[in-house]
Design a protein around this ligand. Structure first.
Ligand code: ATP
Ligand code: MG
Length: 424
C-alpha cells in the first residue's frame, strides 16, 4: 500500500467544506479592499527564493524542495508567495499603474519537522500591495487581516503584534551593536544562534530556544530607528489607535525572511504551541529593486490556513449536504426515470444525490439518512409508470405523493427558497 508522504495530508471531503468556507471569507474580504487574485506557478527557479527570501533564511538554507528538471534547470516547489508575486510584478510592471493589489491562496512546501500546525505541504492566503510608501497602507492591511480573523470567528483568540525592523540607514549600525552584544553573551546562546551570530544576528531575537530574560536585555531595533523609520512607525500606531484596532508592540519580532523593512507584524494565537503565528507580514520596500525591477515600495502578509482552521469553530463551514436524496427502488425503467428527474432538478439549481447502487428500500433510506439531505424523493415501479414521486421530509418522516411536474416547486417551498424561478 502506498501512503502519503510524511508531513503531507489529504483534505477529505468531510473537511473540505470548512476550507471552502475559509476561502470564501478570504475572497470576500480581499475583494472589499480591492485585491484581485494572482495565480502563480507551484514551481519556480531556485534563485528566485535564494535572492528574494535570502541565502541565510531558514527557508533557503534548509527547507526548500529543490530538484533538477530533465533539462537541467534548478527548480523548487514554492515555499512562500511573495517572491513569485514580486517576480510577476516586475515581469509585467511596464503595463500597469500603481498601486497594484493582488491576493493569492494555495499550497506552499517546506521541509520542516511535521507537528501540530506545521506541515511540509501547507496552505497560505496572502495579499501584496505595491506602490504606497506611507504607514496608511500598513494600517489598511492590518485592518484587512483583523477583519478576516473576525469573519472566521477567531479574532478574540488572536493578538496583532507589530514592530519596526528599520531600513538600510539604521539597520546596519543597529546590527553592529547587536552583534557586539551577542558576542558578549556568546556562551549563553543556543548552538544555532552561535552559528548565525555573524551571518544573521537579528534572527537570534526570535529564536524559540533562547532564555526570554537574555532576549529582553538585548539592544532593540526600536531604540535605534532613524527619523524616517520612527515617523513611519508612529504614523502606523496613530492609524491603529484611530481605528481602535487592538495591537501590541513586540520589540523582539524580527520575522524570518530577510526582505522586510520597517513595519513587521504577526497575528499570534494562544494554544498552538510554537506554531502560534497564524499570519505574518510586513513592508519590503527594497525587494523589487533587489530583484531587478524599478524600486517600488510594497507591503504584504501571508496566513497559514491549517492554523486558522485549527482555531475556527468546528461548526463553521459544516460539510456540504445535498438538498435531496433520490431513492430508486426498482430496475431499469425506474432508474432511467430517476436519472431524468435528477437532471431536471439539477437544472433548476437543486443539489441531488441519486442512489446508484441498487438494493432494497430500507438500505437506500439508510443512505438517505447518512447523506444529511433534508428531503428524500422515493421512486418505485408505480411512480415511474404514472410519472409521480413520493416526497419524504427526513426530519418528521411525513410523506406526500405528487406529480413529477409539481416536484421542483414543492421542493423549493419546503427548502424555504421562495424566489423559485420554476414555481409550481
Ligand atoms: P513559523 O515561525 O511558524 O515557522 P514562519 O515565520 O516560517 O512561521 P511565514 O514564512 O511568515 O512563517 O509564513 C506565514 C504563515 O504561514 C505563518 O504565520 C504560518 O501561519 C504559516 N506557516 C508557515 N510555515 C508553515 C508550515 N510548515 N505548516 C503550516 N503553516 C505554516
Ligand atoms: Mg518557519
Amino acid at each position: 500500500m502506498i501512503q502519503t508522504v510524511r508531513g503531507v495530508r489529504d483534505i477529505p471531503p468531510e473537511e473540505s467544506g470548512r476550507w471552502l468556507f475559509l476561502e470564501a471569507c478570504a475572497r470576500r474580504v480581499f475583494a472589499q479592499y480591492g485585491y484581485r487574485e494572482l495565480r502563480t506557478p507551484i514551481f519556480e527557479r531556485v534563485e528566485l527564493f535564494s535572492r528574494a527570501v535570502g541565502e541565510t533564511s531558514d527557508i533557503v538554507e534548509k527547507e526548500m524542495y529543490v530538484f533538477e528538471d530533465r533539462g537541467g534547470d534548478a527548480l523548487c516547489l514554492r515555499p512562500e508567495g511573495t517572491a513569485s508575486t514580486v517576480r510577476s510584478f516586475i515581469e509585467t510592471s511596464r503595463q500597469r499603474s500603481l498601486p497594484w493589489r493582488v491576493c493569492y491562496m494555495g499550497p506552499m512546501f517546506r521541509y520542516e519537522r511535521p507537528q501540530k500546525g506545521r506541515f511540509r505541504q501547507f496552505h497560505q492566503l496572502g495579499c501584496e500591495l505595491f506602490g504606497p510608501e506611507g504607514p496608511l497602507a500598513d494600517a489598511e492591511m492590518m485592518a484587512l487581516v483583523l477583519r478576516l480573523l473576525q469573519e472566521i470567528g477567531i479574532q478574540s483568540a488572536v493578538t496583532l503584534e507589530i514592530n519596526s525592523l528599520g531600513c538600510p540607514v539604521c539597520r546596519g549600525p543597529y546590527r553592529e551593536k547587536l552583534t557586539a552584544h551577542l558576542e558578549s553573551v556568546h556562551d549563553r546562546l543556543c548552538g544555532n544562534c552561535q552559528r548565525r551570530l555573524t551571518r544573521n544576528p537579528l534572527r537570534v531575537l526570535d529564536c524559540k530556544e533562547e532564555d526570554p530574560a537574555l532576549l529582553r536585555d538585548m539592544p532593540q531595533m526600536r531604540d535605534h530607528l532613524c527619523a524616517g523609520c520612527e515617523a513611519h512607525f508612529q504614523g502606523l500606531v496613530g492609524h491603529l489607535e484611530r481605528l481602535r484596532l487592538p495591537y501590541r508592540i513586540n520589540p523582539l519580532m524580527v520575522r524570518g525572511l530577510d526582505y522586510y523593512h520597517r513595519t513587521a507584524f504577526e497575528a499570534v494565537a494562544e494554544g498552538l504551541g510554537s506554531q502560534n503565528a497564524v499570519a505574518a507580514g510586513g513592508r519590503y520596500d527594497g525587494l523589487v529593486a533587489e530583484m531587478g525591477g524599478v524600486a517600488t515600495p510594497a507591503v504584504g502578509f501571508a496566513m497559514g490556513m491549517e492554523r486558522l482552521l485549527l482555531l475556527m469553530d468546528a461548526q463553521l463551514g459544516a460539510p456540504i449536504r445535498p438538498d435531496l436524496y433520490l431513492v430508486v427502488a426498482g430496475d431499469g425503467p425506474v432508474e432511467a426515470y430517476g436519472l431524468e428527474l435528477a437532471e431536471t432538478m439539477r437544472s433548476a439549481g437543486l443539489t441531488v444525490e441519486m442512489h446508484l447502487t441498487g438494493g432494497g428500500m430500507k438500505s437506500q433510506m439508510k443512505h438517505a439518512g447518512r447523506s444529511l439531505a433534508p428531503l428524500a424523493v422515493i421512486l418505485g415501479q408505480q411512480e415511474a409508470e404514472a410519472r409521480t414521486v413520493t416526497l419524504k421530509r427526513m426530519e418528521t418522516g411525513e410523506q406526500e405523493g405528487l406529480s413529477a411536474e409539481r416536484l421542483i416547486g414543492r421542493v423549493l417551498t419546503l427548502l424555504g427558497r421562495t424566489d423559485a424561478s420554476s414555481a409550481e
